[in-house]
Ligand binder design. Structure first.
Ligand code: ARG
Length: 254
C-alpha cells in the first residue's frame, strides 16, 4: 500500500510537471474581436480569425507556444496586459505616446488610417463642414480608441461637438444608422467592412490621420524579446504581408 501511494505521488508530480510545461507553452492574447479584418469571428462563430490572430498564431508556432485568444473590451486590453492577465494585446492597436508610457510595443506590422463614415446622402466632405453647417457635430466612436481620443481632443474639448462612446465600432455604426450621430470616426479597414455590411453609408474621401499598428506587452514581459524577434523575422520573410494580403485584397487596399 505504501508503495502504491509513493507511486501515486510520483505520478502526480510527473503529471503536474507536465501541466506546468503545458502552461508555459501557452501565450494568451487579448483583443476586441469586432474589428474586421484584424479580428472577427470566423464562419463557425467561435474561432477568432483575422490579420492579428493569424500573425499571432504564426509567431506562436515559430516559438513553440500554444495561442489562446480572449475577446474583451478594447479599453480593458492595456490594463489586462499590465496586470499579466494576458501575455499581450493584438487589436489593431495604434502606437501612441500615451500608450507607450504604459506598455511596450512590438515592431509595427501594419498601417491604420482613421476615416469618417457618414450617411450616403451626406453632402459634407469633412467633420469641419458639419461643424460649420450645424454649429456642432455628434461623433460616434469605439471607447478608448484613437478615434475616441482625436474626436475628444479636436471637437469635444474645443466645444465643437459631442462624442458618443460605444463598446464596439459596430455599435457606433448602428447608432449612426439610427440617425443619432452625424458621423463615426474609425480605422479604415473596419470602416470598409462596416460600410459593406450596412446599407446607406459611405466613407469620406479625406482620411483623418494615419497611424501605426503594433502589439502591446507589459514592460516587464519575459516573452517580449523573443516574440518581437519572431515577428521581425516574419515581416522580413514576407509572411506578415501574405497574411495581410489574404484579408485585404491588393485591389481593395488604398
Ligand atoms: N487603432 C485604434 C486604436 O488603437 C482602434 C483599435 C480598435 N481595435 C479593436 N480590436 N477593436 O485605438
Amino acid at each position: 500500500m505504501k508503495k502504491f501511494f509513493a507511486m501515486l505521488i510520483a505520478a502526480m508530480m510527473i503529471l503536474s510537471a507536465f501541466a506546468a510545461l503545458a502552461e508555459n507553452g501557452t501565450l494568451t492574447m487579448c483583443t476586441n474581436a469586432q474589428f474586421p479584418p484584424y479580428e472577427f469571428y470566423g464562419d463557425d462563430g467561435e474561432t477568432i480569425v483575422g490579420i492579428d490572430a493569424d500573425i499571432a498564431r504564426a509567431i506562436c508556432e515559430k516559438l513553440g507556444y500554444e495561442l489562446e485568444i480572449k475577446d474583451i473590451d478594447f479599453d480593458a486590453c492595456i490594463p489586462g496586459v499590465n496586470t499579466h492577465k494576458y501575455d499581450f494585446a493584438a487589436a489593431g492597436m495604434t502606437v501612441t505616446d500615451e500608450r507607450k508610457e504604459q506598455v511596450q510595443f512590438t515592431d509595427t506590422y501594419a498601417t491604420g488610417i482613421q476615416v469618417i463614415i457618414v450617411p450616403e446622402d451626406s453632402e459634407y466632405e469633412s467633420i469641419d463642414d458639419i461643424v460649420a453647417d450645424k454649429g456642432s457635430v455628434k461623433i460616434g466612436v469605439q471607447q478608448a480608441t484613437t478615434g475616441d481620443l482625436y474626436s475628444t481632443w479636436d471637437y469635444e474639448d474645443e466645444g465643437l461637438g459631442t462624442v458618443d462612446r460605444f463598446k464596439s465600432g459596430g455599435a457606433a455604426v448602428a447608432s449612426l444608422q439610427a440617425g443619432k450621430e452625424d458621423c463615426v470616426m474609425i480605422d479604415s479597414e473596419p470602416a470598409k467592412n462596416f460600410v459593406a455590411q450596412n446599407e446607406g453609408l459611405k466613407i469620406l474621401e479625406a482620411p483623418y490621420t494615419t497611424e501605426d499598428y503594433a502589439m502591446a506587452f507589459a514592460k516587464d514581459s519575459e516573452v517580449y524579446e523573443a516574440f518581437n524577434a519572431a515577428l521581425a523575422e516574419l515581416i522580413e520573410d514576407g509572411t506578415v504581408q501574405a497574411i495581410i494580403d489574404q484579408y485585404i485584397p491588393a485591389e481593395a487596399a488604398e
